[in-house]
Ligand binder design. Structure first.
Ligand code: FES
Length: 107
């Protein structure tokens, strides 16, 4: 299973295994990353799975879709250029060990 690193607001780093082809959000929820709420269960409707993609991972992910882009306007923490919804990040084998996502202070 590919692994993704989540950095919690206090700086703790957690490496999470995600089923190939599943979302980064699902891996976070299954591993108990408390800062990822994911109220809608991944249907791109709640904006409570917000993450910041680490600058070292620039260019690693496909562009966000229109719906994700619109919903990012509703996130509780600051929206930044590297903001993404983790339910829309599909974890592929190519991302194994390469993707780092920062969890915001609030969702
Ligand atoms: S889990 Fe609801 S938008 Fe991502």
């Amino acid at each position: 299973m590919p692994s993704v690193t989540f950095v919690l607001p206090d700086g703790e780093r957690r490496e999470v295994n995600v089923l190939k082809g599943a979302s980064a959000m699902s891996g976070a929820v299954q591993s108990g990353i408390t800062g990822i709420v994911a109220e809608c269960g991944g249907s791109c409707a709640c904006a409570t799975c917000h993450v910041y993609v680490d600058p070292s991972c620039e260019g690693l992910l496909p562009e966000r879709g229109t719906l994700e882009d619109e919903l990012l306007d509703a996130v509780a923490a600051d929206r930044r250029p590297n903001s993404r919804l983790s339910c829309q990040i599909v974890v592929t084998p190519e991302l194994d060990g390469r993707l780092t996502l920062h969890v915001p202070e609030t969702q």
